[in-house]
Design a protein around this ligand. Structure first.
Ligand SMILES: [Zn+2]
Ligand SMILES: [Zn+2]
Length: 352
């Protein structure tokens, strides 16, 4: 039986298999003729590339394509069974809009090239940075006046971790300014959240002592909410994990640092002790920074002395058994350090 397109009346053997009783031209016309505009205007941040959608600035890979897709789907009220894809063209100012619908195992496509007009602006965040506005400041200070080279290293490591972990792709940079000041560095942040996160890295990873304070800076006229500036003072610690504190003839391996107390392991007998920072100052305790080396445990059989092979120096060392951490076994590779001519095993003392 010969079939005809229900709209244009052409014969199936002229126009190809009908879809839902229509030729593909009529089907396309019926299902995919949306008033796609010839030109679309988008606002793009000239600093960070964010694109405005509704009232919100969005960032990320292919953000323009996604924003155009969402905008078209919404404004043209495209039903769910029609797929809409926006693709780049060789021309940077043009995009291909592809509409597709499937029925009876076949797919009908409608394609149109539209012009893209980019209006360059500054997004909210970049505008605030440009104005030098910040809502939180972390004041990093050295333990003795200026930041030492070592302390600056700590700071740049903290920045590295911050940039990796604080989802930068969604929120963009949060650091407004890094300024050298007397005694250290001031880091200004857009949000309280970012400043707190940065301070927590300094505190948790590097034992930096932090203290937060808030100051009222104004009242938001539209919401009536009070706005506060957060200041976090971050003082580099005198003692940090892995240091050796020398008190008289005793050596204490620092395993944890709190505000005014340090926890350590007394290396002469592996006892865990707490020391007040104030007391340490009074006792004129010295801090020794020691390099760790590797050694292999040869024998623990003797009840008194352990034998270790110090591979890098090619010699065997003997250490009193009471100075060996309890979970060390024969054959283990362990961390050792040398201070004032004495060698200690410190493997596993700092809990991760
Ligand atoms: Zn037709
Ligand atoms: Zn921006």
């Amino acid at each position: 039986m010969v079939r005809f397109c229900a709209i244009c009346g052409r014969r199936e053997d002229e126009v190809g298999t009908l879809i839902e009783n229509l030729c593909s031209d009529c089907y396309r016309e019926l299902k995919l003729s949306f008033p796609i505009p010839r030109e679309l205007r988008i606002e793009e941040c000239e600093e960070c590339g964010a694109v405005k959608k509704g009232g919100i600035w969005e960032k990320g890979e292919n953000v323009i394509l996604k924003v155009v897709e969402d905008t078209l789907r919404k404004s043209l009220k495209i039903p769910r069974n029609v797929s809409l894809k926006v693709e780049p063209t060789l021309n940077e100012d043009e995009l291909t809009v592809k509409l597709m619908v499937s029925a009876e195992g076949r797919t009908v496509v409608n394609e149109k090239v539209i012009k893209l007009r980019k209006v360059k602006r500054l997004c909210q965040r970049c505008a605030r940075i440009a104005r030098g506005q910040y809502s939180a400041i972390v004041q990093v200070r050295g333990k003795e006046g200026e930041l030492s080279a070592k302390e600056r290293e700590v700071l740049s490591e903290a920045f590295e971790i911050f940039n990796k972990k604080f989802s930068v792709d969604r929120r963009g940079t949060q650091v407004v300014d890094v300024e050298d000041v007397r005694g250290g560095v001031d880091v200004k942040f857009l949000s309280h959240q970012a400043a707190k996160f940065f301070a927590s890295i300094l505190k948790d990873r590097f034992g930096v002592l932090t203290k937060e304070s808030y100051k009222l800076i104004g009242v938001d006229r539209s919401s009536g909410k009070r706005t506060f500036r957060l200041t976090i003072s971050a003082r580099m610690p005198k003692y940090k994990k892995g240091d050796i504190v020398e008190i008289g003839s005793e050596h204490v391996y620092v395993i944890d640092v709190a505000k005014d107390v340090i926890k350590g392991v007394r290396l002469s007998d592996q006892r865990e002790i707490s020391l007040r920072v104030n007391d340490l100052e009074k006792q004129a305790a010295k801090v020794r920074v020691c390099k760790l080396r590797k050694a292999r445990v040869i024998s623990l059989r003797d009840q008194v002395i352990a034998e270790l092979l110090d591979e890098s120096r090619g010699k065997v060392i003997e250490i009193p058994l009471r100075q060996i951490p309890l979970d060390v076994k024969e054959g283990d590779e362990v961390d050792i350090l040398e201070v004032e001519g004495k060698t200690y095993v410190v493997t596993g003392l700092i809990k991760p």
